[in-house]
Design a protein around this ligand. Structure first.
Ligand SMILES: [Mg+2]
Length: 152
């Protein structure tokens, strides 16, 4: 069984192209998380993941300079976004901003799990395979190669 954990913001969810997203997050407005478009055709990605029988998880941060109340709202928004756009997810961790992802208590063993994240620093800290996300086409290509290799 292959386990892959995906980041959300800037990876599967195109938060950074939402108009004035940063300002809105600072004002504890949750709408940019709801309005973020998928970073590509996630149906193709889900098809690929199913084809290789991948168990899919999420490890994503809440907003910077948050509050308990806003974190709760962000978690609700993110979970709703996943349900709508990426329903393949079986395990979901939406943790405080800046939490080291390798410290998240995941069901899969770390060296068995692949992390997909747009943050190069976060990728470096992960103890296992990573795919540093730059764009959707590259992600699909890289994952296809990794999964084909692992399945061989
Ligand atoms: Mg990110």
């Amino acid at each position: 069984m292959i386990n892959i954990y995906f980041d959300m913001d800037g990876t599967i969810a195109d938060l950074y192209n939402v108009d004035r997203w940063e300002e809105k997050l600072q004002a504890h407005d949750v709408s940019p998380y709801n309005e973020a478009k998928p970073c590509g055709n996630l149906l193709d990605l889900m098809e690929l993941l199913k084809q290789f029988d991948v168990r899919v998880g999420i490890i994503s941060w809440c907003a910077k300079n948050s509050s308990k109340k806003y974190d709760k709202q962000v978690r609700q928004s993110k979970r709703a976004w996943i349900k709508k756009n990426f329903p393949i997810v079986e395990e979901c961790h939406i943790v405080k901003y800046g939490t080291r992802k390798q410290w998240t208590i995941c069901k899969a063993k770390r060296d068995d799990a692949i992390l997909v994240d747009d943050n190069a620093e976060v990728c470096r800290e992960w103890q296992g395979k990573t795919v540093n996300f730059h764009n959707y086409e590259e992600l699909v290509k890289n994952l296809k190669n990794i999964l084909t290799e692992l399945a061989a």
